[in-house]
Design a protein around this ligand. Sequence first.
Ligand SMILES: N[C@@H](CCC(=O)N[C@@H](CS)C(=O)NCC(=O)O)C(=O)O
Length: 214
Amino acid sequence: MNLKLHVFPPSPRAFKVLVVAHHLGLDYEFVFCDLTKGDQKSAAYTALNPNQRMPTLEDGDFRLWESNAIIQYLATKKWESGLLPRDERGRADVARWQFWESTTWDPACAILTFERVVKRFFGGGAPDPVEVEKGLQRFNRAASVLDAHLKKQPYVCGDHLTIADFAIAAALTMAEPAQLPLENHGEIRRWAGKLAALPAWQRTLAMQRPQKAT
Ligand SMILES: N[C@@H](CCC(=O)N[C@@H](CS)C(=O)NCC(=O)O)C(=O)O
């Protein structure tokens, strides 16, 4: 088996990569990158990913970091899944939402996840109310965009599931402990419910649970 995924399953960025691998039915070697022990800073890991962050993929002598790039690469292993459209406009649409996830959605969710979950997990003290307020404002702004978009179509990029759905929904695995305010975003809840019903989602959640921060 050539494919290796270096992951810390409680993290939504690891979840993103794992859920796509599971949905595609890919065989991979699981390599636990234990962030609680600083595995990401080891010399061996730094040689794979100089950012000292996970996830990282290895496929033979090919190395790839950035969760959104990793799931694009995984999807090309099973084009027939449709998770990455073959047509240029379809692919550009997926790329658009993955960039939006990286630049807008993930940073908003990450502030609330860091303040309300990660700090507790690593003994980092109480949530900083200024940061929480900033996170809430960013989250509400981004969630309004996504919710309005999902009113028009069942999935992020139209009628079919793509990697853009997994990329964005991964952060919602922290919705409860990070108290992501979804009450006013019924379309996001509807869409997230469909993803959560996928066998790949449940399988990946089960990997997250035993080591979960809460
Ligand atoms: N944009 C990157 C973010 C990766 C990232 O920030 N990973 C965090 C965990 S969620 C990490 O490895 N942190 C380790 C550290 O900061 O020491 C991606 O999506 O892959």
